[in-house]
Write a new protein. Structure first.
Length: 284
């Protein structure tokens, strides 16, 4: 038993981390497994089952599917399931089964999307988890999939601050989520959203126009840097524990929003001056 953790995979594997991010977003999540991976996550690693409903299914793959290829059967079952239960998106969660046979989950997701889409396309994507990494790697891949397939630059911005990395696997509960939202509102945020907890899919879709992103665990660090690179959104890393850190964190956040308001007022004054100058010159 002394070498247990050198021989066995993580008890909270990467596919559990990915599913925890997607759990409250209203999509259809399908584990590409025989049943055990989804069962372990759903009944052992997901505490929200008692108060939050979610569409989480197993593909129930068998040896024959693996030998002959999972594409056709998985596509057929996913389309039928979507027609029965719906969902805001379709996510295929990787397990050791598709990893061993090299299945293209993004390609299969694209075929599923084409079959279920009539007039309004829905996001469909695969997450290449394999059961051999820790949960934070799966969370990171799920956030990356949301950024690639859900965020749209022309989407209305509903949340001005995005908190990324807070899931029950990281020991975040409802009280901590509410405390985080309260801190941010006290600092000046209008509508903060916690991805995968209180944050819903339309808020994530409009993240390109957010004012600030905050990574509160290791899984959120790469995605806030990616959003900074793509959309220029500033970010913070970390979350306070204890009164002293809460004070420092709140002051830092308050200062950020204060500078944002100053910059916005300065821009508005420049626009007013420019408009007056154009009117005086006889412009439209």
């Amino acid at each position: 038993m002394g070498r247990l953790f050198e021989k066995m995979i993580s008890f909270a594997a990467d596919y559990s981390g990915a599913a925890s991010v997607l759990y409250e977003l209203g999509g259809l999540t399908i584990f590409c497994d025989a049943g055990a991976c989804m069962g372990g996550y759903r009944f052992g690693g997901e505490p929200r089952g008692g108060w939050e409903k979610s569409r989480v299914f197993s593909a129930s793959l068998r040896e024959r599917n693996v030998v002959m290829g999972i594409d056709r059967q998985l596509t057929k079952d996913a389309v039928r399931t979507y027609e029965e239960v719906g969902g805001a998106f379709i996510a295929l969660i990787g397990t050791p089964v598709p990893a061993v046979i090299g299945a293209d989950l993004n390609g299969i997701a694209g075929e599923i999307s084409r079959r279920v889409t009539e007039e309004t396309p829905i996001p469909a994507f695969g997450i290449d988890t394999n059961g051999m990494e820790y949960y934070d790697a799966g969370q990171e891949k799920a956030y990356k999939a949301l950024a690639d397939h859900v965020i749209k630059e022309d989407q209305e911005t509903l949340a001005d601050v995005n908190v990324i990395g807070a899931t029950p696997i990281d020991m975040w509960d409802l009280n901590q989520i509410q405390d985080c939202i309260r801190f941010l509102k006290q600092a000046g945020a209008a509508n903060p959203a916690v991805w995968g907890s209180n944050g819903r899919l339309p808020e994530i879709a409009g993240a390109a126009g957010a004012k600030l992103n905050i990574a509160v665990s290791a899984s959120g660090i790469k995605i806030v840097k990616l959003l900074k690179q793509k959309y220029g959104t500033p970010y913070l890393i970390g979350y306070p524990t204890g009164e002293k850190q809460v004070k420092v964190w709140t002051e830092k956040s308050t200062g950020f929003f204060r500078e944002m308001r100053k910059h916005r007022r300065k821009s508005q004054r420049k626009c007013v001056v420019r408009r007056k100058r154009d009117l005086a010159a006889g412009g439209p």
